[in-house]
Design a protein around this ligand. Structure first.
Ligand code: BGC
Length: 918
């Protein structure tokens, strides 16, 4: 960037110069624009000779204005901008761009494997020695696998990717990596090779007895090296049956769920021709033509040291202080044949690893020492979700200084930061970031630790707006959507509940399949990715058709199996779908939502007829929804927060007075539950918006800042460092929820972060890519300040507020490529780029009335201190009774506390009375 203050980037990647399209769209941000500056035109320069001018303010996904890129060539692109004042900026630093795809017919490499593998999912090495008689001017390596691969030339790793090329819907496409290896190719004998494990390809997927290797029993891999010499001649070296393979390497067994066994007695310097027993490679029966990666690979993104060491029955437990996704790297010295075993878990129970939640995933790594000095182990083909690792068999005492946790993630660029005056809320935000880290690994997964780690569509549909704020996940999700579309095609238009669909079957489930309409919309809104919306339109239409077919037309959708408001806190531990909100209501709401989004997308893309048709069906669904679920008094038949939040936020109910009645009822039921969260996956991302859109800020505050179970902050008080799958994955007594499905790293309930950025700090997109920002933050009761920073396509936005001596100071930084609509108490205006500050007076807050035994419970619950006192005394007497009173009582009633506590023993009542008086 340097002097010009211009940041230029090419489609989807900032971590590499390789792009996956010959016409990469370009984006730029002017970070040093003077106040009031705006872009009138841009000039793009290619390789110092070609120039193109683009008029207007567009700075995001600008179409490639030059000829198609040629594979492997390096291009240098620069941009400079003209302000509306006519003045040009300096040229940006040159951006290197290279086309990572191969031309048609250029892929020659054969996917190859072992001839006679000893076991299923057998790790192996494939290599090739060749004589290079002169130094190539340029050498490009393409490599791929149905499995996971590390590529090396003469022992040197060609890049820093991990588990490459990642998991895709293998029947439709497999990715190839592209790497410049010129620096590794001096004249002489060279050995190129791939170390292959089964990775996701050979994994055993499915539940219980149904589990099987869905894709294949053995991994295979392919590579092709393109050499360009100074005289312009080219040579291609491609894998096939003239390459050699061996299963004699140090990786003895490897599986994503299982873990990995590495035996250093079998270490091979395989690039040394003398080492190993080799046989000709067998060309694999499947010969896909791989396609170039379009987004960031998985990399090692962080390293953590243990913070605590303890002993268990079997060994030493290391606590990394953070629930993370990755694996250990250990350094050790010992006798040959020494076996070290490492088991992983997210939490401890009674001082031991709690491994029950991992179900079928053994998540165990075994390292066997060669006894040759200091040895370093790190698995290559697996990852685990863990905070604790138990090491057994270590020679002598475990030296924590020689053990590290390596954090893995698709290497996305962080874009969102948030801070408030409440440390618990800050920790919640941090937990959400860590859950995204751990579950954005090659594809968006539900969880990273047990025998699932699958691309559940519902989870990411719910989380997408938050994801798009915390990290630049545009390319990551665009890549996954390619698989979604392919899997959807295979399922006749139905979006499967998981992508890639290793279950093989699909049925239309609301909120899960709606990933097809919601995610492209979110990416168009947050990143201005219109191309992706265009590519997604058929998929959106096909999904909506499947929904309509399942519903029997544009009306209620009550006919097919649903997940519903998954993990409603009131559902029994073993019945995650038994929610308070009727599944048909949820499904009908989502049917409307998808029709609405389809209609908007079609209109945006100029398909007016499709837009009108979808709108018409949407209106029918809306009418059916109101007719079936809305009562004449302005309530819904499922009198639960999720129902109200859906009706309000999806726009299912129109008419201001009815909407206000619904919002009032929502606030009522929130208070009825004493401000404890009462929504599952579906209602959780919507409930705070539904409250604050109608001015129920103190209800929202009470719900968000609640620390008792269930709530967003309860896990934080229990020491959580990631978002849990269930509101009570760990019960208040410290035991693990008995439900069979209990993860401590599931991002779905963390979808609240989107509200925190948009409404608490006030950074909301009001036009694609934040070219228009809506700044309407809420000075939430109970907080002193809140600020956020978001690196948007329009540039860096900073927004927030602070209470100071009876006033509220609001501050917003608008970047060069945006304007903002500001909506503050008593203030409405539009502002341009620059730093803006406003001060408003703080409305006088009514302090909570003091309460006593004869106060109505509706007053008790609105006095947080008094309510806490009541609960504390009850719990100190009998935890179960406290919980029962809390849940049984309708906290909106005028019934006196004394009466509501009718089943509580008199001496406890007396103690409550005494403490309330005090
Ligand atoms: C997953 C969820 C998923 C759900 C759907 C669970 O096993 O972990 O997050 O969405 O199944 O039924």
């Amino acid at each position: 960037m340097t002097g010009s203050g211009l940041q230029l980037s090419a489609e989807y990647r900032r971590d590499s110069s390789w792009v996956a399209t010959p016409r990469p769209r370009l984006s730029w941000v002017f970070t040093q624009a003077p106040p009031g500056w705006s872009q009138a035109a841009a000039e793009l320069r290619l390789n110092d000779d070609r120039m193109e001018q683009i008029n207007g303010p567009l700075n995001v996904f600008v179409g490639w204005p030059f000829e198609d890129l040629v594979a492997r060539e390096t291009y240098q692109v620069q941009v400079r901008l003209q302000g509306t004042d006519g003045i040009w900026t300096a040229w940006s630093d040159p951006l290197d761009i290279r086309l990572g795809t191969l031309g048609p017919g250029e892929w020659q490499a054969r996917f190859s494997a072992l001839t006679a593998p000893r076991q299923e999912a057998q790790p192996f090495i494939i290599r090739h020695r060749f004589l290079l008689d002169r130094k190539p001017a340029r050498a490009t390596l393409y490599w791929s696998a149905l499995g996971a691969v590390k590529a090396r030339i003469d022992g040197v790793e060609v890049d820093d990717s991990v588990l490459a090329p990642g998991w895709t819907s293998y029947a439709d496409r497999v990715l190839h990596e592209t790497t410049d290896v010129t620096a590794l190719l001096e004249p002489g004998w060279r050995t190129i090779g791939l170390e292959v494990t089964g990775g996701w390809y050979t994994e055993v997927y499915g539940f219980a007895d149904e589990a099987r290797r869905v894709y294949g029993e053995q991994p295979c891999a392919a590579a092709q090296l393109h050499l360009l010499f100074d005289d312009g001649s080219e040579e291609i070296i491609a894998s096939g049956d003239d390459w050699e393979t061996t299963e004699g390497g140090e990786v003895v067994a490897s599986g994503i769920y299982e873990g990995e066994t590495i035996d250093h007695r079998r270490s091979l310097r395989w690039w040394d021709p003398q080492e190993g027993d080799w046989e000709a490679a067998a060309v694999a029966p499947d010969q896909p033509v791989p396609v170039a990666r379009m987004n960031e690979p998985v990399r090692r993104v962080d390293t953590l040291a243990p913070v605590k060491v303890s002993s268990s029955a079997a060994g030493t437990i290391l606590d990394f202080g953070q629930n993370l996704v990755g694996r250990l790297r250990i350094e050790v010295q010992g006798e040959p044949g020494t076996r070290i075993e490492i088991r992983h878990a997210e939490v401890l129970e009674d001082g031991e690893l709690a491994t029950r939640p991992l179900r079928r995933a053994a998540a165990t790594d075994t390292f066997i020492l060669s006894g040759t000095g200091t040895e370093v182990f790190e698995p290559v083909g697996t990852f685990h979700g863990f905070r604790y690792a138990e090491i057994s068999g270590y020679p002598g005492e475990v030296d924590p200084e020689r053990v590290q946790a390596i954090v893995l993630q698709s290497d996305l660029r962080r874009t969102g930061w948030l801070e408030t005056s409440n440390p618990l809320l800050n920790q919640l935000h941090e937990n959400i970031v860590w859950s995204m880290r751990g579950n954005f690994l090659s594809l968006p997964t539900d969880c990273p630790q047990r025998d699932e780690r699958l691309g559940w569509t519902g989870d990411v549909q719910i989380f997408a707006p938050t994801a798009a704020t915390l990290f630049d996940c545009n390319g990551f999700l665009a890549n996954w959507l390619v698989d979604l579309r392919a899997e959807q095609d295979r399922a006749g238009g139905v979006v499967p509940n998981i992508v890639p669909n290793v279950f093989g079957f699909a049925w239309p489930a609301a909120a899960w399949g709606d990933a097809a309409t919601v995610i492209p919309t979110v990416l168009a809104e947050r990143f201005a990715d219109d191309d992706l919306l265009t590519k997604s339109l058929d998929s959106m239409k096909a999904w909506v058709s499947s929904e309509l077919a399942a519903a029997g037309g544009p009306g209620l959708w009550e006919t097919t199996l649903q997940f519903g408001d998954w993990l409603d806190p009131d559902a029994p531990a073993d019945m995650a779908g038994a929610a308070k909100t009727q599944p048909g209501l949820v499904a009908t709401a989502y049917l409307y939502r998808s029709l609405d989004l389809l209609s908007k997308a079609a209109a945006h893309l100029g398909e007016d007829e499709s837009a009108a048709r979808a709108r018409e069906s949407a209106d029918d669904v809306r009418a059916a929804f109101a007719a079936a679920y809305l009562t004449s008094e302005g309530r819904l038949v499922s009198d639960a927060p999720t129902a109200y939040a859906l009706a309000l936020q999806f726009g299912l109910i129109q008419g201001l007075s009815t909407r206000e009645a619904l919002a009032r009822r929502l606030a009522h039921v929130i208070k009825r539950d004493a401000y404890h969260i009462s929504t599952g996956f579906i209602g959780t991302p919507l409930v705070l918006d539904a409250l604050t859109d109608f001015g129920y800020d103190s209800h929202a505050a009470a719900l968000l800042l609640q620390t008792r179970c269930p709530s967003w902050l309860y896990p934080v008080t229990m020491g959580a460092t990631t978002v849990w799958e269930r509101w009570d994955s760990m019960l208040p007594d410290g035991s693990v929820n008995p439900g069979e499905m209990t993860s401590f790293n599931h991002y779905a309930l963390g979808a609240v972060a989107d509200w925190m950025y948009r409404r608490l700090a006030g950074i909301a997109p009001a036009a694609p890519g934040y070219s228009l920002i809506r700044f309407a933050p809420i000075a939430l009761p109970g907080l002193d300040h809140a600020t956020a920073t978001v690196d948007t396509p329009a540039g860096r936005v900073e927004g927030g507020w602070r209470r100071e001596k009876g006033a509220i100071l609001w501050k917003l930084t608008v970047p060069a490529h945006a304007t903002a609509a500001v909506r503050l108490p008593g203030l409405e205006l539009e502002v341009g780029p620059g730093v803006h500050e406003w001060t408003t007076t703080e409305p006088t807050r009514t302090t909570a009335a003091s309460v006593h035994m004869w106060s109505p419970v509706s007053e008790v619950v609105d006095n947080p201190e008094a309510f806490a006192t009541v609960m504390k005394v009850l719990a100190s007497h009998d935890g179960h009774l406290a919980e029962m009173v809390r849940r049984r009582t309708d906290w909106t009633l005028s019934t006196p506390l004394q009466i509501a506590l009718f089943s509580v023993p008199p001496h406890v009542i007396n103690q409550i009375a005494k403490e309330l008086d005090a």
